[in-house]
Ligand binder design. Structure first.
Ligand SMILES: NC(=O)C1=CN([C@@H]2O[C@H](COP(=O)(O)OP(=O)(O)OC[C@H]3O[C@@H](n4cnc5c(N)ncnc54)[C@H](O)[C@@H]3O)[C@@H](O)[C@H]2O)C=CC1
Ligand SMILES: O=C(O)C(=O)[C@H](O)COP(=O)(O)O
Length: 388
């Protein structure tokens, strides 16, 4: 690019901004049009707003090169990196309405001076409630008896789950090498795996550090659960993964279940969005990456990136999820007093049955295919977050 080209590109950009804001957004973002419209952005910034909703997996380099949007709003299924943005010269803000950020190359965005925001903590109660529901559906006696819950990763979700566990009178054994020790961060990985009745994973997906690569972690989580760590778990210890699929080595998991008969609950899968029947058939509960999919969890995700965009545009937010939420009658105190109402609060076995119904008998590989997995997520039923 010559200096003249750069000057032309900048002129084009200034003209475009004068015309308005163009947003390409994952159509699965909850209440997209309620948060991102002329009244909530345009009037305040003095620009028109054009929003282009696209299925998350269809947001690609070609589209972003043709449309040249100013804003990109995504969820977890869009990989944001140099390959996606190399031919785009316009994006100034990327917002992901998710907690996880493993799909975003934040270092690359920084080299392009693109602001990034994610929705930290947005569905922490929803995911914690999913985990409790799974455990208490499989072991209803745990409502009344002493239980040791192992939690790996004690950030927003893990620590919220620990609060519910303490509220039920359970003991928590937690492991998080990146946080100081505490009443819940109180054990080694081996102790958590070997001494709990159920172990739940709440870590981000991270890889090993390679040479001086700053992206890796000193405590990588990819395949953290493998043949060696599974061997530390007694056979009657439940394993729950609602973090990211590749945290668990699925081949090792299949072997472990074949030998131990362990009860395993997966919401996320190593080869998502496809799920092989050879794995699904061995799982006690399987759901299509919906642990955080309550109305509240999804709306909070949208709210957080909307607020971050308003900050970027230097405008005061004009929309709030409280305007969009219907009355919520699901009270944690009521459920605790009436454990038999659990399936009315959240019927996790219905989600399990829907996923299993997508196994195609005609397909020799027998698997849930990606379109069906994504369809279940797109058309997910209304689920509410329990209130404290
Ligand atoms: N299934 C679903 O619907 C959802 C899944 N998630 C997943 O859950 C993950 C956790 O979410 P949050 O708790 O909100 O994240 P967070 O960032 O608040 O906490 C993650 C914790 O994991 C710890 N950690 C990192 N490496 C570790 C290791 N090797 N061993 C033990 N601990 C380690 C960190 O120190 C941190 O405290 C997200 O990164 C996302 O991938 C999040 C929301 C919904
Ligand atoms: O927040 C996260 O991290 C999640 O895993 C999401 O709840 C999953 O949602 P999608 O972005 O995949 O819809």
């Amino acid at each position: 690019m010559t200096n003249n080209d750069i000057a032309d590109a900048m002129d084009n950009k200034i003209n475009q901004m004068a015309k308005g804001i163009t947003i390409v957004a994952d159509s699965n973002i909850a209440s997209l049009n309620d948060f991102f419209n002329h009244a909530t952005l345009g009037q305040l910034s003095g620009q028109t707003v054009k929003i282009i909703p696209v299925a998350g997996r269809d947001i690609d380099a070609k589209l972003l090169s043709e449309v040249q949007p100013d804003i990109l709003l995504i969820r977890s299924v869009t990989q944001v990196n140099e390959a996606l943005l190399a031919e785009n010269h316009s994006v100034q803000f990327v917002g992901s309405a998710t907690i996880g950020t493993d799909h975003v190359d934040q270092d690359y965005l920084a080299t392009r001076d693109i602001t990034f925001a994610n929705a930290a903590g947005c569905s922490k109660h929803s995911v914690a409630q999913y985990v409790l529901t799974a455990i208490l559906t499989l072991r209803p006696n745990y409502w009344q008896q002493p239980v040791t819950l192992g939690i790996i990763g004690l950030g927003n979700i893990g620590s919220t789950l620990a609060q519910y566990a303490n509220d039920l009178g359970w003991q928590v054994l937690g492991y998080d090498p990146l946080l100081p020790s505490s009443t819940i961060n109180n054990a080694s990985l081996e102790q958590v795996l070997s001494q709990s009745n159920a172990v739940s994973l709440h870590v981000p997906l991270t890889s090993e550090k390679v040479d001086s690569d700053a992206k890796g972690s000193d405590y990588p989580t990819r395949h953290l659960i493998n043949a060696e760590t599974l061997a530390m778990m007694p056979a009657d210890n439940i394993l729950i993964n609602s973090a990211r699929g590749p945290v668990v080595n699925e081949n090792d998991l299949k072997n472990d279940i074949a030998h131990t008969g362990r009860q395993v609950v997966l919401d996320v899968f190593e080869h998502e969005p496809t799920v092989a029947d050879s794995l699904l058939a061995k799982l006690t509960i399987a759901t299509p990456h919906i642990a955080g999919y309550t109305l509240e969890g999804k709306l909070r995700g949208t709210q957080i990136i909307y607020d971050a965009l308003c900050e970027k545009l230097a405008i005061i937010p004009a929309q709030s999820m409280s305007n969009l939420l219907p009355l919520n009658l699901f009270l944690w105190s009521e459920l605790k007093a009436n454990p038999d109402r659990l399936s009315k609060f959240y019927d996790i076995m219905q989600d399990d049955a829907l996923l299993r119904s997508k196994i195609s008998g005609e397909n020799p590989d027998k698997q849930v295919n990606g379109a069906d997995f994504d369809g279940l997520r797109r058309d997910y039923h209304l689920r509410r977050e329990w209130q404290s």
